[in-house]
Ligand binder design. Sequence first.
Ligand code: C2E
Ligand code: CA
Ligand code: CA
Length: 702
Amino acid sequence: MLPTSISTRVAAAFGAVLALGLVLLGGGLLLGGVISTEHAAIAKLTTLLQAEDRQDQLQRRVRLGVGEVTRLAEQKRPISPAQWSGVSTALRAFHRGNMHPPALLTTSGDLRAMVSARSAAEARFAMLSLRLLYDARGAPVAIRARMPAFLDALRELEVARSAVRAALIQRIDQELKRSSRQISYHLERVLIGAITVLTVLLACMVWLRRRVLEPIVAIAQRVRQLSRGEDAWAQVPGFARRDEVGDLARGIADYRAAVEQRRRAERRIEFLAHHDMLTGLPNRLLFEQHLAQELRRVRRTGERLAVLAIDLDEFKSINDRFGHAGGDEALRNAAQLLSGCVRACDMVARLGGDEFAIIQIGGEQPDTAEALTQRILRACEATAGDPVPLQMSIGVALSGVELAGEELYNLADMAMYRAKAEGRHTARFFDDQFQEEVRLRWRLSRDLEGAAERGELYLAYQPIADAETLEVVGHEALMRWTHPELGEIQPDRFIPLAEASGRIDTIGLWMADQAMATASRWPDHMTLALNLSAIQFRQPALGHELLALARRHGVAPTRLEFEVTESATLLDNRRQPVMAVLRTLQHHGARIVMDDFGTGYSSLGNLRDFRFDKLKVDRSFVATMLNHAPSGSIVRSIAALGASLGIPIVAEGVESQAQLGQLRDLGIPQVQGFLIGRPSREALHCADPAALPASPEWVARH
Ligand code: C2E
Ligand code: CA
Ligand code: CA
């Protein structure tokens, strides 16, 4: 307990009040005692006085009786027995009263002397009265001689009685005065005690009010303020006091500090949950919440808001060249760059990886968004001299009719992909034309479901021929779709949709089944080339399923070629499963062809990691090899590479004799293209060499 604690003080105060109360009680009892003692003394004196009065009356009756009897005796007249009896009774009573007086309580000498004098006078009077009565009865003549003594005794008695009475009255008076003094003396003290107790009690109450109740009320008010979050750092009143109130105030201050700490932790957790640690920007969660909220608002106000989907160009190569730290630096710079381009009311968020997004609020749309994209692209250009220059592709979508936040962002994202496809470092709006395209894509994607079952899909076979003899050595199966309303749809169009929706798995197996059924009817030496999409490799059983189909149709795996593009083999984290499928196929004698060779990002790296059985030079190089020197060089290099690695090369997209001639000159062993044969439902078993002007070497050899 604290030395100056309120409880000790209150205990002390109550102790004092109790002690005073006891003193007061003692005073009261004393006063009562005094009053009763005084009362007893006065009562005794009064009894004495009454006894004097009684004797006085008896004395009068005796005097009158004696006077009557003596007068009758002197006149010799008869005295009635009643007269005798009356006077003798009075005399006896008088004598008794004198013999048995009330006890005297005082030892005061004066009074005692007076009483004994009066008693002696009474005795003499009684004796002379008795003698006179004897005289009256027996010798009336003696009465006259005796009468003067009687009258003297009477006078003497009356004097003595008066003295006793006067003394008694004086004593009563004295006693009354004394007792009233005593009583008022004690009463005074009792009153003083009572006033002291009341004063102490009052002081206690005032002290309690000022030092305890008022501070507690102030603390309670402060706690209420704190709970409302007002003025969080103002001190709790009474904090410095060294008693229970101070203890309470410090306890509340501690509690407030703990609450504040917890609130800070909560705010931190809240921040972490809604922000990206690397850049400090809002994350996808906060972006989505904010977008939904802003969309609700603009729907009420009729404003339009813009969503920008932004992607860093070549981020992968930045990561490859500058490492993880360089990549992080680029992302931080990008965050700063974007934040510098927007206004305070806009939100820049990092959605993950190198994806950023902006919600732009207010302003005339689409002009404001257009201006923002220009600002961003210009800011990017300004980084050209930096160690890690930034380039971005931007897609913009504007809020319109009843679009959910996610949908609006998806539109911006699509526009961003379009911007990337259109050469990067540019912005693309999701406009009406785009909208139309997207709608068409959605429709095609939906209609693709069940297209094979409805017989809308079929396969075309394009011949692959020996470059020298132009003898057809095999066919590549290419998918075709005849849409009931839209007519022929190109595979470049619908294959990506089938990939995006995942339908490519079933469609791919369907086409393999069809193609193998067809190939089973071809001559045994004729090969069948099938295109495999990257998505299909997600099925680890793909290799076994394809081999099972070949078995079912009696097509030897050695007759099969599987064309894969680099995107399939490059799926970073899925590289191993892809390789496993390819090895399974290769292990059973099928050949793996790298399709579109030369267009990928690291074609040569792929050659190092997997032993391809054939490389297919992309048709874009073949198409331009004659009039575009770099393309010619690339085709030449690929031919040389094939020769040095011992991997056969096939050139696709051969349309002209000149191209064929050049390819033959480069020693490329196989060709494919419209010159040899267009894809058709019917497989060509042999190109007509006669229709083709032969190269000089070919002519020489044959
Ligand atoms: P690809 O595998 O590179 O197929 C070759 C494409 O070039 C075919 O287009 C073919 O018609 C075309 N072509 C052949 N010779 C010439 C020529 O001399 N000149 C020109 N300009 N083009 C020629 P197609 O059939 O439209 O197929 C496009 C792409 O669709 C294919 O490219 C392939 O990646 C994909 N694809 C087609 N069918 C399938 C399939 O069944 N499965 C998978 N996964 N992809 C397929
Ligand atoms: Ca192909
Ligand atoms: Ca190709």
